[in-house]
Structures are given as structure tokens and as C-alpha cells.
Design a protein around this ligand. Structure first.
Ligand code: GCO
Length: 452
């Protein structure tokens, strides 16, 4: 028996520029905050960096051919801002444009629909030196960059994502200092969130101006249901706060035009800097942020389980008794269902894409020269079935992009975590599709899963 997805359901895979391209000093590319961070922090496993990564910069043709062989219908990738504008603003680098034009053309020739993320965390380092996402000037700089890209590719690329996971690059980058640019400051974090969302809204406006009647634009958020780890009022309250910071802090302003009030109360207590916190209630800003968009992209990996912490408003993650991926993340397929249904119920039935879903496992090549990544297949299967259940229950889910096409540079985990359905030998740069790649091909071929 095969369970079918809707006829026009889009099957894709996703990557991001810094994680796969390499060639960081080629083609006139400027330095990004991730280049800089990798060289200056001790936080990255094995002191790895993206200098070579999957060398996709030189191998994209072969990689796209492999996608084609796997019958993949759409490819989500990101553009490295510093390849286009090595100084962050100003002079456009034609070699950078040519590189992405060639990727887009190769995809289209192979009937693979491109969907482009404008920002997957690679801020030009020169702009970070001016404050990066903390400085409101970034909004204009981002729009200028987006303008170059829209003008160049807007006639052939019809789906756009402004930002990838604003929560991660603002909270981890500016509030906790775990990711580039490595700033750990509450005020910096609060500013970065608001400026990122404003940049998103202004870019949507710009896109509508340039392409009033065609193309779709949205944003990708990493979302996760937050469950109380025990059946107590306190744990429920903790789950609500956690949901606020993770989900509502981004979904609410974008789709409802307000930041969540309960979270603002907490932020105001922590920051006590009205010049920063007042930004969250400026009507004009909220109007910009809540520009109508065509879809929400969801990155889903795992649900969260929490209980109350020791201090007021503090939330503690709780380890649940569930199988874990190599990231240590619990496998919680029902979470993707709950999340999809919740968005439908709380935010209207906006079109949704799963723009990332997948799992890292330790992959070993067996004596037959194959990788039998059965755990990844199980992970994918269980999540796809939950997506299908959500569609059957009325969720407007339009497509699924598996993370990731290739094993790649997993940020602070360097090359120690493998998310790909295609194995990459980082020494020889050989690609080897894992069993999960053939599983996924089969899903795409059948537009559904075989249930035996
Ligand atoms: C993210 C990014 C990806 C990651 C993936 C696995 O969610 O952090 O979008 O770049 O590689 O999520 O952690």
C-alpha cells in the first residue's frame, strides 16, 4: 500500500552556501562572519572551517546531476552575500553573480526548481565591523543586496526566502555568543531580533514593488513544539515561556503584527533599556514586519521538553526518554504534526513548506561499499507520515525539503555531524548516495510512502 501526497506536492532538498561551497578565497568573495569566527574562536569541533567544505563551488554541476538522478524536483540553496557584494555594499562582483546564475541555469535545465534563501547566516565581515544586525543600517544594506539579487534573478527564480532561522542567528550569534559573530549580550540580542525582522519586512515590500504579480516570498523559521516535561502547572508555564521565545517571538510579529506580550514583559525585566525594548511596540515597524507573505518555511528537527528553572521565568530543558540522533536531539515525529496543526489553528491556513527536516547519524561504509543508514530512513519515514497526516487534517503543506542533500559543515560541530543523504568523503571529495537517498528517490517517484 502506498500513501499518496497531493499531486502538486514539491519534493526537494536543502543546503546553505557556507556549509557546502568552500572556495572562500576565490571568485572575488569577501570575508564573512563565519570565516572570521572559525578563525578566531575555539568553539568549533576540530577547529574546522568552511574553507573547502564540499567544494561545491567547483562541483555544483556534478552535484546537480546527482540531484537529478535522485529525481529531486526542487533545490533550496542560499546565496553568499559576500560573493555578490564583497564589501557588503557598493560594488557588485560579476563573478559572484555568474556563479549563482550558472547554478540556477543548470537546475532549470534539469527541471529542478530553485528556491533561494537570501541569508543563511553569512554576513559580510565588513558589515559586522559596523555592528552587524545590531546596527539599524543593516536593514538598508540587506535591501540593497536583495535588490541586486532580485533584479538579476527575479525573472527566473520564482520562490524566495528572506532569512533562514532569525532565532538562531540572533540568539546564538548576538545573545549567547555560540555562533558567529560570537557576541553574548542581551541588548545586542534584542536589537538583532528586531532589525532582522525589519529587514525581512522591507525586503518583502521591495519584492512586491519589483514583481507585483509574480513570484512568492516567505521566511524560514526554526520552530518546535515545547512540551511540559511533567504534568504540573509550573512545567506548563515553563513550556509556554519557551514556546514564546522559540515560536511566538517570530511567528506573531510576522503573521499577526505584534510581539508576544508575555515575552516582552520578560525581556523588559531582563534588559531595562527602554530605547531598545520600545522598538518592539513601534507600530510602523510592526506593520513592516507583518507584510503579507506567501508562505512560511519551517525547519523542524525535534520537539522540546522543559520544566521551570530555579529563577523566575527561567526554563530548563529536560532530557526525555526517546531515541536520539547523533546531535543528541530526541526523535519526535509527532512534534511536526502538532506544530503544523498549531500553525493552522493559530495563524490561519497560510501555505507552509518544510524547508528543513532530517537527521545526523554516524554513517559507516560497509564491506559492500554502501551506507545503510536505516535510522535516517526511519526518521524520514516517521516525519513524512506525520506531514501527510497533517495534510489530511487540512494543513496547507505544499512541499518538503530534506536537510540535507550533502554531508556538510555543521557550524560549531564542524564536519563531525553528517546530515546528508549523500555521503561526502571530505578528503577525496567523493560523493556516495546513502541508502536514504534511494529511499527518498522512491518516495518522490511514488509521490508517497510504501507502507508494508
Ligand atoms: C539550522 C540550519 C542548518 C543546519 C541544520 C542542522 O537549522 O541550523 O538551517 O544550516 O545545518 O539545521 O543543524
Amino acid at each position: 500500500m502506498t500513501t499518496k501526497f497531493p499531486k502538486d506536492f514539491i519534493w526537494g532538498t536543502a543546503t546553505s552556501s557556507y556549509q557546502i561551497e568552500g572556495a572562500v578565497n576565490e571568485g572575488g568573495r569577501g570575508e564573512t562572519i563565519w570565516d572570521h569566527f572559525c578563525k578566531t574562536t575555539s568553539k568549533i569541533a576540530n577547529a574546522d572551517n568552511g574553507d573547502t567544505a564540499c567544494n561545491h563551488y567547483h562541483r555544483y554541476k556534478e552535484d546537480i546531476q546527482l540531484m537529478k538522478n535522485l529525481n529531486i524536483k526542487s533545490y533550496r540553496f542560499s546565496i553568499c552575500w559576500s560573493r555578490i557584494l564583497p564589501e557588503g555594499t557598493g560594488k557588485v562582483n560579476p563573478i559572484g553573480l555568474q556563479f549563482y546564475r550558472s547554478i540556477i541555469e543548470t537546475l532549470i535545465e534539469n527541471d529542478i526548481e530553485p528556491i533561494i534563501t537570501l541569508y543563511h547566516w553569512e554576513l559580510p565581515q565588513v558589515l559586522q565591523e559596523k555592528g552587524g544586525w545590531e546596527n539599524p543600517k543593516i536593514i538598508n544594506d540587506f535591501m540593497n543586496y536583495a535588490n541586486v539579487i532580485f533584479n538579476e534573478f527575479g525573472d527566473v527564480v520564482k520562490k524566495w526566502i528572506t532569512l533562514n532561522e532569525p532565532m538562531v542567528f540572533t540568539y546564538l550569534g548576538y545573545l549567547k555568543g555560540i555562533h558567529a559573530p560570537g557576541i553574548a549580550d542581551e541588548i545586542s540580542g534584542a536589537k538583532a531580533v528586531h532589525h532582522a525582522l525589519l529587514a525581512h519586512g522591507e525586503t518583502v515590500k521591495l519584492f512586491r514593488k519589483l514583481y507585483p504579480s509574480e513570484g512568492q516570498i516567505g521566511i524560514t523559521l526554526n520552530l518546535a513544539p515545547m512540551y511540559p516535561s511533567e504534568d504540573t502547572i509550573k512545567a506548563q508555564e515553563a513550556a509556554h515561556i519557551s514556546d514564546g521565545f522559540t515560536n511566538r517571538m517570530f511567528l506573531d510579529p510576522i503573521l499577526k503584527g505584534t510581539y508576544p506580550e508575555d515575552i516582552l514583559v520578560i525581556i523588559k525585566q531582563q534588559i531595562q533599556e527602554p530605547s531598545v525594548t520600545n522598538n518592539f511596540t513601534i507600530e510602523k515597524d510592526l506593520k513592516t514586519i507583518s507584510q503579507p507573505i506567501d508562505f512560511i518555511g519551517i525547519n523542524y528537527y525535534s520537539a522540546g521538553f522543559v520544566k521551570e528553572g530555579k529563577q523566575k521565568y527561567e526554563v530548563e530543558p529536560v532530557e526525555m526518554d526517546a531515541p536520539k540522533t547523533d546531535m543528541g536531539w530526541p526523535v519526535t515525529p509527532e512534534g511536526i504534526y502538532d506544530l503544523l496543526i498549531r500553525i493552522k489553528n493559530d495563524y490561519g491556513n497560510i501555505p507552509l513548506y518544510i524547508t528543513e527536516n532530517g537527521a545526523a547519524y554516524k554513517d559507516n561504509i560497509n564491506e559492500k561499499g554502501e551506507i545503510e543508514d536505516m535510522e535516517r530512513i526511519e526518521y524520514l519515514k516517521s516525519h513524512l507520515l506525520m506531514c501527510q497526516k497533517a495534510i489530511a487534517d487540512g494543513v496547507n503543506l505544499k512541499g518538503y525539503y530534506l536537510w540535507s542533500f550533502l554531508d556538510n559543515f555543521e557550524w560549531i560541530d564542524g564536519y563531525t555531524k553528517r546530515f546528508g543523504i549523500v555521503y561526502v568523503d571530505f578528503k577525496s571529495q567523493k560523493r556516495l548516495p546513502k541508502k536514504s537517498a534511494y529511499f527518498y528517490k522512491n518516495v518522490i517517484d511514488q509521490n508517497g510512502l510504501s507502507l508494508l
